[in-house]
Every structure is written in structure tokens, then in C-alpha cells.
Ligand binder design. Structure first.
Ligand SMILES: [Zn+2]
Ligand SMILES: [Zn+2]
Length: 272
């Protein structure tokens, strides 16, 4: 069974959405017999973002300083660990050149071990309206219910562009939106199959995220996607997306069984 995860969160600086400290997560990973633990707190930055959550940043200097502190905190905890501890970030990707320039600048200062490409936002093409899927409420003036279909269309375009960007070691929870009831009964956008084709063509690593089982009874991504990726030989890594110590390795056995049941044999691991 896979004995590592690269997708785990902490409560660092009272900002991030994990429930435990880096030390507590490391201690639990050691007890589970993990070889490696990658901590990947959220890096959510966009100049047009409303800072309605502690983890959302629209000021480059502020996000830069918070993320550097986060990396330092994890590296300090890693010094005392018995297992290999890595510093990663789960990054919300946006395709505009303004975002890319800022991210490239951040990469230089953070010197992280890896980056996970993620998308938790509904947005318009121009990136002037950015609504976090977790915070969306019906009647949100920035994103009317009639615009949700377009939101999903753009979501999958974002996935394809994130894969093509070359910024990320692997892509997170590809169909994350299915955990939200308000996004469940929309027609499948055309951009979905294009995004899946892009991931297949690039053989871009992605994760089988077990947190879906906790949230909506199905892993990310759905079985039909896993089957396509298996056929195309796209490397997969199992992630628990742990937000507390109890989540570490949760669902790993089921995930291994699922991959074995479709003869999935191309796995991904960070080589440093
Ligand atoms: Zn996520
Ligand atoms: Zn996560």
C-alpha cells in the first residue's frame, strides 16, 4: 500500500484550514509507517480576489510573506522528524499573465519541493469575478445560478490550462465540484472531455483523492475518468487531502483496491 502522501494541510499561523500543527501531522505519519509526508497548504492568490477568507490573498507582498513563513515552519518541524518531510503548496491556478508572473515570482522565493495544481473557484473568462465554490451562495451577485454552466465550462478549461502550464507536479481532485449540490445536476460541459484528453496527451500526473469518499461518497476523479487515464498510461498518486491527523492514509486501502480492479499500474512519486 502507498505509504506516503503529498496532499496534507496544517493549521499554520492560524491561517490555513487544517486542524493540526505540522508536528502533529508528522507524528501521526511516523506512527502510520509513512516514508514521506508532503505538507501542501493552500496558496490562493489573485489580484482581483476579495479577501473574504483568511486563506485568500490579493496583495503580492502579503501572500509572499505568509507563504514563506509557512515553508519555514514546515522546514523547522521537518528537522526534528524521523521521516522525510516535504514542503509543497496546493495552488489555485489562474491562466492570466498577471497571475502567472506573480506565481513565477513566488516560486523563486518559496523554493518548494513540489506544487499541486488545483481549482476551487468559479470565475468569468476575464478573471474579474472569482467565487470560491465552498463560499458560493445562491443569489451571489457575482455568479448568478444561470451562469453556473459557464462556470463549469471555464472550470474544465482551467484544468486543461493548468496541465499545459507545466507548473505543477500533479493535479488535484479533478472533479472536486461534484461535492457541491448546486453544481451536481448541470450538463457536462464540452471542455470536460477536452481537459481529460489534454491530461491523457500530456500524461500529466494527477491524484486519486480519497476525500471525496468523506464528502460525497465517491473518490476524485470518477471511475470513468480513472479508466481513461489507465488506458492512456497517465501516472496517478493516491492522496488523502488530510486536514487533520485522522485523515492521514484514510481510504488508501480502498483506493489501492480500486486501482487494482482496473489494472491501473502507472503510479507517480516525487523523485528529488
Ligand atoms: Zn483542494
Ligand atoms: Zn487540499
Amino acid at each position: 500500500m502507498q505509504n506516503f502522501t503529498y496532499h496534507a494541510h496544517t493549521n499554520g499561523q492560524g491561517i490555513f484550514d487544517g486542524r493540526n500543527t505540522a508536528e502533529e501531522m508528522i507524528c501521526r505519519a511516523e506512527k502510520l509507517g509513512f516514508e514521506e509526508l508532503g505538507i501542501s497548504n493552500h496558496l490562493i492568490f489573485h489580484p482581483n480576489l476579495k479577501t473574504v477568507d483568511k486563506m485568500f490573498f490579493n496583495d503580492f507582498d502579503v501572500v509572499s510573506s505568509v507563504m514563506q513563513k509557512n515553508a519555514e515552519e514546515i522546514r523547522r518541524a521537518a528537522d526534528r522528524a524521523k521521516i522525510k518531510v516535504l514542503v509543497g503548496f496546493e495552488v489555485d491556478f489562474f491562466p492570466s499573465s498577471a497571475w502567472r508572473l506573480a506565481f513565477e515570482k513566488l516560486q523563486k522565493t518559496l523554493r518548494a519541493d513540489y506544487y499541486i495544481g488545483s481549482c476551487h473557484f468559479l470565475r468569468n473568462k476575464e478573471e474579474t469575478k472569482l467565487v470560491n465554490m465552498y463560499l458560493y451562495r445562491e443569489g451571489d451577485a457575482d455568479f448568478l445560478p444561470s451562469e453556473l454552466g459557464t462556470g463549469l465550462e471555464i472550470y474544465w478549461q482551467n484544468v486543461a490550462l493548468a496541465a499545459e502550464s507545466g507548473y505543477f507536479n500533479f493535479l488535484a481532485h479533478l472533479d472536486v465540484y461534484k461535492i457541491f449540490p448546486y453544481l451536481q445536476n448541470l450538463p457536462e460541459p464540452e471542455s470536460q472531455s477536452l481537459a481529460i484528453d489534454t491530461v491523457c496527451r500530456l500524461k500529466h500526473p494527477y491524484e486519486l483523492n480519497t476525500s471525496g469518499w468523506r464528502k460525497c461518497g465517491e473518490q476524485h476523479p470518477a471511475l470513468s475518468f480513472l479508466q481513461k487515464f489507465a488506458l492512456a498510461g497517465v501516472p496517478v498518486v493516491i492522496s488523502d487531502d488530510a486536514h487533520c491527523t485522522e485523515h492521514l492514509a484514510a481510504g488508501f486501502e480502498e483506493a489501492e483496491n480500486l486501482l487494482a480492479s482496473i489494472d491501473y499500474n502507472k503510479r507517480w512519486r516525487l523523485i528529488k
